[in-house]
Design a protein around this ligand. Structure first.
Ligand code: NAD
Length: 465
């Protein structure tokens, strides 16, 4: 029996029940690996098409398109393929005396159909990384790319089902209405990446069917610079992490908290670093991206104008070209919008503080960020920062790079989401870890069953606690 999706979604020709019924096709590691190889091959062969789409949607350079999107997915897929058999293998567990003799194991099994809802900022990466994970775990997928990156969405829609097999993959395109319609359907897992507002809508819709969700959200990820840090390296790595993809990165350092005694020096090093990375006019740099649309250009422009900053470095906005220059806002007003929500653009507030420990304590009581970056020459200081301020992930003396380490689970906590993926954490997230206990039929002493005599009582008390 087929189960058509409701009208808006049925346009995409998706049949969730059919996709669910086709998951046994992915039971064997070989079948999963085969789909992943096809995806890698497709991305390699069509690299230029994807790079052109990413350039049109976000002004991404070919280098960034490769390293943060196309090449990233190929690398992730290869890693998954190489470890697939090891991840799929039943995991033996030791048995307590009460369950012996026997065999206990945890067997990862597919969930069924995973719905992937992707945002626009890394429109290929964030649509396909959950897909690679879902296929590695033996699931079928329904993918909803972001309508705000239309060129990339179009390529995903026209290619992915053919590459992964229409039996195991469907793509539905559209905006909020289509996503709402999609969310009325019953999936076996919903993997959502985007903002917290829609995250709440997703979770509410999922509750109707008791569908588990992974929410990869955002938040105000701080970069904390201590006076004992290597300031030149901190400046270079913060500027790199902030201005890649013109600041539209979920784990970009949102703002810098710096010990006051080194604040001026850090600002001048970051200013020099911006110039050396993107030249006098970043609009002419091949390595500097564009803002996704004019709505976001206007939003960012408003944040700069209303910031009450003591000093502004950059701050140039060209609405028609969707350009916002790399911008530092030195000491913005404490109650201004730029310090209220995640910036998600190339604006970096710099906040000098007199008492870093006190600031850390205040940060700890705010929403949990997706990432935390600490720059310090002291392991002890780094440990204190990590102990005080919770975050989804953290990097000491760099930014963003934890994403590139396959075996570091990537995900948030609290306001920045829940559930992590990448590497085996992702495989486990999109699997059901099924517990299986197998016992021989002999021995089967009557002593273990009622009516319990005194000996049985004594024995059971000893065996169970
Ligand atoms: P968004 O929430 O606007 O959109 C994401 C998806 O939700 C899109 O596919 C969109 O079609 C859908 N959507 C939008 N409105 C909807 C509605 N009313 N009902 C149902 N679906 C709807 O997010 P965004 O602006 O695309 O992304 C920005 C946010 O995402 C930032 O907060 C950023 O930090 C976060 N983000 C997180 C990660 C991560 O990996 N944790 C990665 C990228 C972005």
């Amino acid at each position: 029996m087929t189960e058509p999706l409701n009208e808006a979604v049925a346009k995409g020709g998706v049949r969730i029940q059919e996709l669910r019924a086709a998951t046994p096709m992915l039971r064997e590691a070989g079948a999963r690996a085969d789909r992943l190889i096809r995806l890698e091959k497709h991305l390699r062969e069509h690299e230029a098409d994807y790079a052109a789409a990413l350039a049109a949607d976000l002004g991404k350079s070919a280098t960034e398109a490769w390293s943060t999107e196309i090449g990233f997915i190929i690398g992730q897929s290869r890693y998954a393929r190489r470890h697939l058999r090891e991840w799929m293998r039943p995991r033996r567990v030791p048995l307590p005396a009460v369950a012996r003799p026997g065999r206990g194991r945890v067997v990862p099994t597919p969930l069924g159909v995973v719905c992937v809802i992707a945002p626009w900022n890394y429109p290929l990466h964030l649509a396909l990384a959950p897909v690679v994970t879902a296929i590695a775990a033996g699931n079928s997928v329904v993918v909803k790319p972001s309508e705000l990156a239309p060129r990339t969405a179009e390529l995903i829609e026209s290619n992915l089902p053919g590459v992964l097999g229409v039996e195991n993959c469907a793509v539905v395109s559209g905006g909020a209405e289509v996503t709402s319609a999609l969310l009325q359907e019953r999936f076996d897992h919903i993997f959502y990446t985007g903002g917290g507002r829609v995250g709440r809508i997703v979770m509410e819709a999922a509750a109707k069917h008791l569908t588990p969700v992974t929410l990869e959200l955002g938040g105000r990820s701080p970069a904390i610079v201590c006076a004992d840090a290597d300031l030149a390296v901190a400046a270079r790595r913060i500027v790199w992490g902030k201005f890649v993809n013109a600041g539209q990165t979920c784990v970009a350092p949102d703002h810098v908290v710096v010990e006051r005694e080194v604040a001026d020096r850090l600002v001048s090093l970051m200013t020099a670093e911006i110039r050396s990375s993107f030249g006098e006019d970043a609009a002419l740099s091949a390595d500097y991206g564009r803002i996704i649309n004019t709505h976001h250009v206007d939003r960012l422009d408003g944040l700069i104008r209303s910031s009450e900053a003591r000093e502004v470095v950059g701050g140039i906005v060209d609405r028609d070209r969707r350009f916002v220059s790399p911008t530092l806002l030195i000491e913005p007003g404490p109650s201004t919008d730029v310090l209220a929500d995640e910036i998600f653009g190339p604006i970096l507030p710099v906040l000098p503080v007199d008492d870093l420990d006190e600031t850390l304590r205040q940060m700890a009581s705010g929403p949990t960020p997706l990432a935390l970056y600490a720059f310090t020459g002291s392991d002890e200081r780094a440990r204190r920062i990590l102990d005080t301020v919770p975050s989804g992930g953290a990097v000491i003396n760099h930014t963003l790079l934890h994403l590139a380490v396959h075996e570091l689970p990537f995900g948030g906590m609290g306001e920045s989401g829940h559930g992590a993926y990448h590497g085996q954490a992702g495989f486990d997230r999109l699997s059901h870890l099924r517990s299986i206990l197998q016992r021989p039929t002999r021995p089967d002493p009557k002593l273990a069953y009622p009516p319990y005599g005194r000996v049985a009582q004594r024995l059971l008390r000893r065996l169970t606690a």
